[in-house]
Write a protein that binds this ligand. Structure first.
Ligand code: XMP
Length: 508
């Protein structure tokens, strides 16, 4: 495997993604990781990521000097290259002008790093500092009109640096460079794919858990479903799943849990209908954050009660994904809380259990692939994200059982029409919101004064940013007229045309 040391670049995760697409296994570690810790992973090579700092800044992030004595091949990208140059006796100049964007690099001589590439490359630059003089052993491998050291290499030590970013799509042959580094220079032979990952994960879970029991809060979303299916494959009935129905689910959600997980997969699954207690506690609560807190707390309470009935359990399964893991080690500080999303975050600490997190090395689309490998149906794998607090944050204002029912009906119609028109899979997330306002309408010959439904449909890669979907007018029209005709208490439908930022995806 390849270890990527993270110096804070916005592209660090992309390096990992590209390598994994090339079937090279890799892991991102903080820049300050000591060599011994790196060695424990048995890496074939190191990549030093880019970063926002200048190597001249007093507090610029630096790796332990011992990595240069490790004997491992190293590829420094952008800031990583400047570090390599500076740590190895070369000179890096701070430049006031940042070079940013497209450039053409010309290859000089031959080197395995560029095997199989054309002599001129389109590359993506994004840097402030510039290498001025190279230390002993380095040769220039590529130049651009403004960067005499666009790529450098010391083929004896197997140290390389590129001033541009091979990991971004704007460097079209970048994946070949990364592949050459991993396969030719580091000699990394192992092919990392889902089938192999699955077998290994099953072995790891068995080893970690032994003959003990594992508890899992199954929500039916992609992550917990895949985690549960995987652990079930490893330890069968020793996995105990609990699905807490808070009464804020979409139509059909509960029935699906039963059909797919209990009957289909044969999971040890308890479905607990706790809707009464959730809805009672939410009565007259309009503030979104209070709703989230109440739901989070009640969830833990109900879950703990159900778990107690199962006797002593040592392990708790969690569907933690790789981006969560990296965020918690990244060089950036924690970002501001816009919404308190992770409402089951308090579980492990309170329950004093050891964690089983079999997805902690995977990105979201890899989790989906693993789910397919495990035989989970597309209706689970391809579903849109659904927030933990469910419809409570889509019934704006205070939540009543009637309002939840109205919203469920409208949402169901929208989902059905999107699926029938082949749009569901093209959209990251689509849902209906029940607005706490009434407006006047006319139906038949009578005046109506009823609620409005807002439709929200967004495209996104990760939920951090999003754009609204340009749904065809006739499809919007069909959804609108079906909702107004079929759902009692709704006489108007509006479409949300806001991106994130400035709006968030959910309305609360
Ligand atoms: P926002 O509304 O912050 O949503 O743009 C980004 C993504 O997060 C989901 N979301 C939540 N998920 N608990 C969750 O588990 C929450 O409280 C919560 N709030 C928002 C939202 O559906 C979108 O996918």
């Amino acid at each position: 495997m390849i270890v990527i040391l993270d110096f804070g670049s916005q592209y660090t995760q992309l390096i990992a993604r590209r390598l994994r697409e090339l079937e090279v296994f890799c892991e991102i570690l903080p820049f300050s990781t000591p060599l011994a810790e790196i060695r424990r992973r048995n890496p074939t090579g190191l990549i030093l990521s880019g970063g926002p700092s200048s190597v001249h800044a007093a507090k610029s992030p630096r790796p332990h000097g011992e990595i240069l004595e490790s004997g491992l091949p190293i590829l420094g990208i952008c800031y990583g290259m400047q570090l390599l140059v500076q740590m190895h006796g070369g000179k890096v100049a701070a430049s006031k002008k940042r070079e940013f964007g497209h450039a053409r690099a010309r290859l000089q001589g031959k080197d395995p790093l560029f095997a199989g590439l054309s002599r001129t490359l389109d590359v993506w630059m994004s840097h402030g500092d510039k290498a001025l003089r190279l230390g002993n052993g380095f040769k220039v491998l590529a130049k651009t009109p403004s960067a005499p050291y666009a790529a450098i290499g010391d083929s004896k030590r197997k140290w390389y640096g590129v001033q541009f970013h091979p990991e971004v799509a704007h460097t079209p042959q970048g994946d070949k460079i990364l592949r050459n580094f991993a396969r030719r220079i580091c000699g990394d032979k192992r092919r990392w794919n889902m089938k192999g990952f699955l077998d290994e994960a099953v072995r790891d879970i068995r080893r970690q858990v032994g003959d003990k029991k594992v508890l899992c809060a199954l929500s039916g979303g992609v992550d917990s479903s895949v985690a549960a299916a995987l652990i079930h494959k490893a330890i069968g009935k020793k996995l105990h799943c609990i699905f807490v129905d808070h009464g804020l689910l979409r139509r059909g959600d509960k029935e699906r849990m039963n059909r797919i997980f209990k009957k289909g997969l044969g999971l040890n699954l308890k479905i607990d209908d706790a809707s009464r207690i959730f809805l009672t506690r939410l009565k007259s609560v309009a503030d979104p954050e209070r709703k989230r807190k109440i739901i989070g707390r009640t969830f833990i309470e109900v879950f703990e009660k159900d778990a107690k009935r199962l006797g002593k359990i040592d392990f708790l399964a969690q569907g933690t994904l790789y981006p969560d893991v990296i965020e918690s080690v990244s060089v950036h500080g924690p970002s501001v809380v816009i919404k308190s999303h992770h409402n089951v975050g308090g579980l492990p600490k309170r329950m004093r259990m050891k964690l089983v997190e079999p997805l902690r090395m995977l990105f979201k689309d890899e989790v989906r692939e693993l789910g397919r490998e495990l035989g989970l149906p597309e209706e689970v794998i391809g579903q849109h994200p659904f927030p933990g607090p469910g419809l409570a944050i889509r019934v704006l204002g205070s939540v009543t059982p009637e309002a939840v029912k109205t919203l469920q009906q409208a949402d169901w119609i929208m989902q059905e029409e999107l699926r029938n028109a082949g749009w569901y899979d093209k959209i990251w997330q689509a849902f209906a919101v029940l607005l706490p306002i009434k407006s006047v309408g006319v139906m038949g010959d009578a005046r109506t004064y009823e609620n409005a439904i807002a439709l929200r449909m967004v495209g996104s890669r990760d939920g951090m940013t999003a754009h609204w979907i340009h749904l065809p007018y006739n499809l919007l029209g069909r959804i609108s007229s079906r909702i107004v005709n079929e759902v009692r208490g709704v006489n108007r439908v509006v479409y949300d045309v806001n991106s994130k930022p400035p709006a968030t995806i959910e309305w609360e």
